[in-house]
Write a protein that binds this ligand. Sequence first.
Ligand SMILES: [Zn+2]
Length: 96
Amino acid sequence: MAYLILCALSGLAGGFVGRVKGSSFWLWFAVSAVLPILGVVGALLYRVDRDELRRQCESCGKVVMLHDAVCTRCGAELDFPEQAIVPESQVRLPAR
Ligand SMILES: [Zn+2]
């Protein structure tokens, strides 16, 4: 029973860390619940996608991470771009 509580708490912690880093809450909740402690550490070490430089696929126009070698939508191989797109975290969203 104590183990289940640990899993639940770990899942919540990992989920929140993942969410803050711009990833999926439920993905990291699942990882952290299955692998208590380890999952949370994994979420902490996970790269922050919102701070990564991005670029646009020349074939389909999808914006992918700069470090991606292959487009996640159309599968085109991507050369290192001449122009990168600023990270999502640096784009100011219009005020509502
Ligand atoms: Zn593409």
